[in-house]
Write a protein that binds this ligand. Structure first.
Ligand SMILES: Cc1ncc(COP(=O)(O)O)c(C=O)c1O
Length: 413
């Protein structure tokens, strides 16, 4: 039974349910100051110990053998695709419910993104939809762990084995997430993470690829390091590379951030469980699946879905009312990637060189239709991770605010 949350909605003139400020993000303290000071004073702003230390600690945290850091999550994906052997003309299956980087990285390496639909309960790739998109040119799949949700990796692994596909996890939201104790990033051949400023561990920008495959890690390292092979002389460039190196300052901050990640995950999980219990059964609210095999979940975003007809009000109006209660909820990704003009206009030809790689693929994304994703884009509600760092009474008030707007929804119509 749900507690009756009474009172006039804040949007209609009542008192907001959550007037107090939410925990701010990013979190930092003297650990970051000390770490940064050490780099500053050492004069080793480049090629010091911090980058290597962070890589080995992060690899251990994910349960991977190797980690290769780089400038951001986008370049980590590009590097991973290249190192896994994706070449121009290959097809790579991606979900349409993700940040643009998952698909743009595929185009940047000259390959063709092919969109497959979602599982409506996890918002991650539906393996059956992936199977329908596999063709003779398919080289790889990039599953995205939306908000930190790691689905059962077995169905994709089976498909990948059967069709000789590489699996590169876009784990940009999944630091610490696990399936049966195994970390995101090593459920396929490799996985990539982002440390951009909204992420649960951040240096403002930054990225990393993890893998158990030493040869792959060496190739990635060469790529980030201007094509230098491991141990080779400074002006020997055996591969075509780029410069994607992380600085010592970023690694210093990331080391400090990594130190508090475990405790933060525990708090986010506890608060997410509180929300799950409080929202369960609310009319018009649909929670995502939970799985006991997901032994840890980062909760970069807490997502629930709305059933507008049952609720009696549109998502936009619901969000307006929730925002007025003091909850900074948003609609998140409001269009499937293929509806972005970068893809929808691709068949019209390049307006300039930046669009040329996509135009050269001769694909028409206006024909693509992923109905589950399109519905999710219309009905999802996102709560950012910093709300889950609040204390229990404040998270209880968050749940009360949602329940209050659900109960009062019809007054808003
Ligand atoms: C799912 C996903 N993949 C990739 C990226 C790209 O990461 P970055 O912003 O570090 O380039 C992001 C960033 O928001 C993301 O959300």
């Amino acid at each position: 039974m749900h507690k009756r949350i009474s009172g006039t909605l804040a949007l209609l003139g009542g008192e907001p349910t959550c007037p107090e400020p939410w925990p701010t993000w990013p979190v930092f303290d003297d650990t970051e100051r000390r770490q940064l000071g050490e780099v500053l004073e050492s004069g080793k702003w480049w090629f010091g110990e911090k980058v290597r230390q962070f890589e080995s600690e992060f690899a251990a945290f994910q349960g991977a053998r190797f980690a290769v850091s780089c400038t951001n999550g986008t370049t980590a994906l590009e590097m991973g695709l290249k190192a896994l052997g994706v070449v121009p003309g290959d097809e790579v299956i991606v979900p349409p419910y993700t940040f643009i980087a998952t698909a743009s990285a595929v185009v940047t390496v000259g390959a063709i993104p092919v969109f497959a639909d979602l599982d409506p309960d996890t918002l991650c790739l539906d393996p059956a939809a992936v199977a329908r998109q596999i063709g003779p040119r398919t080289k790889a799949v990039v599953p995205v762990h939306v908000g930190g949700y790691v689905p059962d990796p077995e169905p994709l692994r089976t498909l990948a084995q059967r069709h000789n596909l590489r699996v590169l996890e876009d784990a940009a939201h999944a630091w610490g997430s696990q399936w049966q104790g195994r970390g995101a990033g090593v459920l396929g051949q490799a996985g990539t993470f982002s440390f951009q400023v909204t992420k649960n561990i951040t240096a403002g920008e930054g990225g990393v690829l993890v893998t158990d495959d030493e040869a792959l890690a060496d190739l990635c390292r060469s790529y980030t390091h201007c094509g230098r092979r491991k141990g080779s002389a400074w002006y020997d460039h055996d591969y075509l590379g780029s410069n994607l190196r992380l600085t010592e300052f970023q690694a210093a901050i990331l080391l400090a951030q990594l130190g508090r990640l475990e405790a933060q995950i525990a708090r986010r999980q506890a608060n997410a469980a509180l929300l799950d219990r409080a929202l369960q059964g609310l009319p018009g609210v649909r929670l995502l699946a939970t799985a006991p095999q997901m032994t840890r979940r980062s909760y970069h975003i807490y997502i629930f879905r709305l059933d507008e007809p049952a609720l009696g009000v549109s998502r936009d109006r619901f969000l307006e009312a929730l925002n007025a209660e003091g909850v900074p909820a948003s609609k998140g990704w409001y269009r499937p990637l293929y509806q972005n003009l970068v893809f929808a206009n691709a068949h019209r030809g390049p307006a300039h060189g930046i669009m040329a790689p996509l135009a050269a693929q001769r694909v028409n994304y206006t024909q693509v239709h992923c109905p589950v994703c399109e519905q999710v884009c219309r009905d999802a509600v996102w709560l950012p991770q910093n709300l889950l760092l609040a204390d229990t009474p404040q998270v209880q008030r968050l749940a009360d605010a949602i329940a209050r707007v659900v109960r009062g929804a019809r007054e808003l119509a």
